[in-house]
Design a protein around this ligand. Structure first.
Ligand code: NAG
Ligand code: NAG
Ligand code: NAG
Length: 629
């Protein structure tokens, strides 16, 4: 690098600070920590500063036991043994280490390797908490930094002392790490932005950023198309200090007369690509998003950026160019002219509305700190902490939805916490039919009555769930009692009732268990003179004395004798026909109502096949005059 280049770099850094130093601040994102045991420490609430690596459990929480290793409390070397901190009970281990001697990330990595579920680093002095950052790029750190997959936090020295004191007394120190408030989740749409750069020649940082965009593209587009998120790409620019406006450095690194600059990719003003090329491509990518957003397909930005990187990488000679960009736009059927119009004239001595806005936004506002490094992800106006990795970021975005409004992508396999595997997460379940209310989500498990084969279960999800509505009896018999004996089935579920279980006739119980009623013993039926009663499952058999026929619904015996029976039938039909008259009505209502069901008719026709013709004739003959009367 030439001296001049170094000088320029320094200047650019200074000017960058000018853009965002009005109110320069870096917001330390925090998670809550609560001591669950020992009991006397329960009342206090604490915070931890989330690290800028690893995977914070956005939206969720973790309960674990603190371990402070006597040997290696700095955590700078791998711990002896095979996963010495691996949880032996159901409760994970949260390792407490002291700050100092090596990178934060190395401590956390060693802790993870040793089987701990999270790492707390105790600050070494009394000071406001800081964010534990990834180490500067170094060949040594690159090996593990991306592999860290657990959450970690820096805690205050005094809080750490409290924990250590309790531990030295031999107490079991259990804490709850809680990230549920680390991400605002006010409504059912998440707004997020990625501060990025089209430069792909800046080493591992640029590669990391591009890999993230490629890996996250699928998720991002699903979320955007579904209207679940509003994503905005953001690009950082610098500006040229006034005294240097006419210098060749500013001319090669800036557009619009020094207003918008980016560092020269090779840090050599004479060779290869210029800073200006980067600013122009950044502007083009912004305009691709703007123009596409106007026709409601903003997600095309992800396609454009990934395609551009594949086809027009700086690594390919002279490919990082307007021509290549236009080829990509054409292949994606983007309106090139509109995008050009949005970009304006980079040579003109005027403000560019699009880039001006980006510069203004670099300064933090509200809960969001200044944008000081790339790439930076901002979700619901909070700077995301943790590694820029597909799953970790999705977790962060998902935690930004108001509970229960998150799209199904948030409930997918790779975000599960597997909390349902232990004791079914404490939720309701029907082991016999393999139905559970436990649902694994990124927030941890939820106990929610399931929807099975189109039938909704309702209940508190913890102790009870019941199928409700049509079709409920087809699944697990609506949770009701049912039993089959000798090919005969009785059920306490009825489709005509939307909920609940009722024991069928002949049974007694709460509907979940039903017991046969012994009608004979209880004297509920077969009380006719001389009848013999025998209980059956779900009913009873009643035999009348001699050859008499038992009529179930009326609990009475009638003669099988045809003439008498014929009379009875006449009597019966008479009553129906007479129902027009008051006498008939009374008779019908009080005497024969129960006779008139199909069961009786069926029994009759069965027992009197020979008499039926004659009887029906008689019936008609006798019936006519009565109707007129
Ligand atoms: C994208 O369009 C929506 C309306 O459809 C608008 O609210 C939003 O501000 C636009 N985003 C950008 C970056 O223009
Ligand atoms: C885009 O969506 C907004 C509201 O969602 C609507 O007002 C606008 O007309 C749409 N634009 C196009 C080009 O479909
Ligand atoms: C219960 O259902 C789950 C998924 O629905 C399945 O993975 C599991 O094997 C089932 N278990 C039994 C015992 O059928």
């Amino acid at each position: 690098m030439t001296c001049m280049a170094l000088f320029m770099m320094a200047l650019l850094v200074v000017s960058m600070v000018l853009v965002s130093s009005v109110n320069a601040r870096f917001v330390v994102q925090k998670s809550n920590i609560r001591i669950l045991s020992p009991h006397n420490l329960r009342s206090s609430n604490h915070v931890g500063a989330m690290a800028n690596f690893g995977v914070p459990n956005y939206g969720g929480s973790m309960v674990g036991s603190i371990v402070y290793p006597e040997k290696g409390y700095l955590g700078c070397n791998p711990f002896d043994g095979h996963e010495p901190f691996k949880s032996k009970s159901h409760r994970p281990t949260i390792l407490l280490l002291d700050r100092g001697d090596c990178y934060f990330a190395l401590k956390v990595w060693n802790g993870e390797q040793a089987g701990s579920a999270a790492v707390l680093v105790a600050d070494s002095t009394n000071e406001p908490l800081i964010t534990m950052d990834s180490p500067e790029e170094s060949s040594h750190a690159v090996g593990y930094i991306e592999k860290i997959g657990i959450p970690s936090a820096l805690i205050e020295k005094s809080f750490a002392e409290t924990l250590k004191t309790a531990l030295t007394k031999g107490e079991d120190v259990t804490i709850k790490l809680d990230w549920s408030e680390s991400m605002p989740h006010p409504d059912e749409r998440v707004e997020y932005e990625l501060w990025t750069n089209s430069n792909d020649e800046c080493g591992s940082l640029c590669d990391k950023q591009m890999n993230f965009i490629k890996n996250f593209k699928g998720h991002a587009q699903i979320l955007e198309k579904g209207g679940y998120t509003q994503f905005t790409p953001r690009y950082m620019t610098w500006f040229c200090p006034r005294p240097f406006l006419l210098s060749s450095q500013c001319k090669s690194q800036c557009i619009n007369r020094g207003r918008y600059c980016a560092p020269d990719p090779e840090q050599d003003f004479k060779e290869g690509y210029q800073g200006k090329d980067v600013v122009i491509e950044n502007l083009r990518q912004l305009c691709v998003h703007r123009v596409a957003n106007e026709s409601n397909n903003s997600w095309v930005w992800w396609d454009y950026v990934t395609d551009f990187h594949i086809r027009c990488s700086m690594k390919k000679k002279k490919r990082y160019s307007k021509e290549c960009a236009e080829e990509v736009m054409k292949s994606l059927d983007l309106p090139i002219e509109e995008i050009k119009k949005c970009m304006g004239n980079p040579e003109a001595d005027v403000e560019n509305d699009v880039l001006k806005m980006e510069q203004d936004l670099q300064v933090g506002r509200g809960s969001r700190g200044d944008i000081t490094f790339l790439p930076t992800l901002v979700i619901n106006n909070v700077q995301y902490r943790g590694k820029l990795d597909r799953t970790a970021v999705l977790k962060g975005i998902c935690a930004g939805f108001k509970e229960t409004t998150e799209p199904s992508i948030c409930l997918s396999r790779d975000l599960e916490t597997n909390e349902c595997l232990k004791r079914n997460g404490g939720c309701w379940q029907d082991k016999q039919h393999n139905i559970t209310a436990c649902k694994d989500t990124f927030r941890g498990r939820v106990c929610e009555c399931p929807l099975l084969n189109g039938v909704q279960y309702k209940g508190d999800g913890y102790t009870s769930c019941q199928a409700v509505g049509p079709g409920r009896c087809t699944i697990n018999n609506g949770g009701c009692w049912s039993e089959t004996r000798n090919g005969k089935t009785f059920s306490a579920c009825s489709e005509s009732h939307l909920t609940g279980c009722q024991c069928p006739h002949g049974f007694r119980g709460d509907g979940h268990t039903c017991k046969d009623v012994d009608e004979c013993k209880e004297g509920l039926a077969c009380k006719c003179d001389g009848c013999t009663c025998k209980d059956t499952w779900g009913g009873y058999d009643c035999k009348c004395k001699g050859s008499k026929l038992y009529i179930t619904n009326h609990d009475t015996c009638i003669e099988r004798n045809s003439s008498k029976f014929g009379l009875f039938l006449i009597f019966l039909v008479l009553a129906v026909v007479m129902s027009g008259g008051i006498a008939g009505y009374i008779f019908y209502k009080y005497r024969l109502r129960s006779y008139m069901d199909s069961e009786i008719m069926a029994i009759m026709s069965q027992y009197m096949p020979l008499d039926s013709h004659q009887n029906s004739r008689v019936v008609h003959h006798e019936a006519e005059p009565l109707r007129q009367g």
